[in-house]
Design a protein around this ligand. Sequence first.
Ligand SMILES: C[S@@+](CC[C@H](N)C(=O)[O-])C[C@H]1O[C@@H](n2cnc3c(N)ncnc32)[C@H](O)[C@@H]1O
Length: 387
Amino acid sequence: MAESKNTIVHSPLELKGLAKYLSLTCHRALERGVWTFCELGIADIMADYQAPITAKQLSQLNGNTWNAEFLYRLLRVIADVDIVKEIINNGNDNEDSNRKSCPEETVQYQLTDDGLLLTSNHSSRARDMIRLDLGPHADKVSTYLPSLIKFGYKNGNGFEQVFGCSLFEYMQKEENKEYANIFDNSMVAYSNLVTSSIVSLIDFTRFNKLVDVAGGLGTLLSSILEKHPNLQGILFDLPHVIDNAKTLDPNEFQQKQVESTRYEFAAGDMFKSETLPSADAYLLKYIIHDWNDEKAVEILQSIRNANKDQIEKTITVFIVEMVILSNRKDNWETHALDLEMLCGVSSKERNLFEYISLLNKSGYELKDLHKTQGIMSIIEAVTTTSN
Ligand SMILES: C[S@@+](CC[C@H](N)C(=O)[O-])C[C@H]1O[C@@H](n2cnc3c(N)ncnc32)[C@H](O)[C@@H]1O
């Protein structure tokens, strides 16, 4: 290889011609490998072993009788993406001689720092993010994109066509509890990516009570309460999610040592304003993008209605989303994830004008747009209840 690893262009976004398509294909295969590594819980096994290990040894741990050669071929890919590291020497200076025959018995592997993130109990929840987004549910749903482009939602979105109900209905069913847990954990991973920029960008000291609407397990709300000691918080979500959030031991608030008098859990349906707690501030992170315009307006109106008994009360809403920004060079991640919203939940990623239109239809005004360093933006909007 003439060039050093850092100077080679690997991204299909930058490659030209046939190489672009080869790169896309290779990335797809790489993703399959990473998903398999997560699905089989290999990071847990390697972390428990606490020493470099060959594929052959690994294949026989925990009573398993895995195919050692295939496992070696998987680990070789996982090493390319720096999730495990190869220890080639193994008492032998010649790299090639280690691989000459039975490399599954000679090449050792150990987890890198990034590999540790993929252990089941790691607070990043990266393992479940990969299991959700690169797993078979997501795969099956995405194959409906061509038919959705041809026929629209005539037969339902991709998720509905595969599973016979919407994603959120599916996750409320007892038999899909494991998938719902993976989903909730995966949302923690996404929150972990953006929590610190949200907490540092917004000053919440001007509020008394903040409700995180459909706030998942409470990762973001607990971090905001940790930083703002005079703020009260309510974590609101569907009953099965609130049950999960409450039973985590320790829960997200306890992990950050937020006093138990400063937070509450509330189960309900955000489309039913009578179940939504009243407050002076609300967070909606990755919520509006899950719904079409009509439903998005209903959510925003539901928040207003939850406060309708209070005359001329000003309510602030923070909408945290990957807003498509016109002056931004690379919206590619948001554009790509928009296709997932199209297939999975009949919704979309929006630009600022589309968000402003939703706000105006629901009786809100845009107050500010806070941009984070990454792809997330925070739309701050206000409304005043009528008398
Ligand atoms: C994409 S997740 C976002 C979770 C969290 N806000 C975050 O950013 O990590 C969407 C959330 O909406 C919740 N949800 C869906 N329908 C809901 C409803 N009708 N009422 C309340 N929550 C709902 C789901 O349970 C899920 O936690």
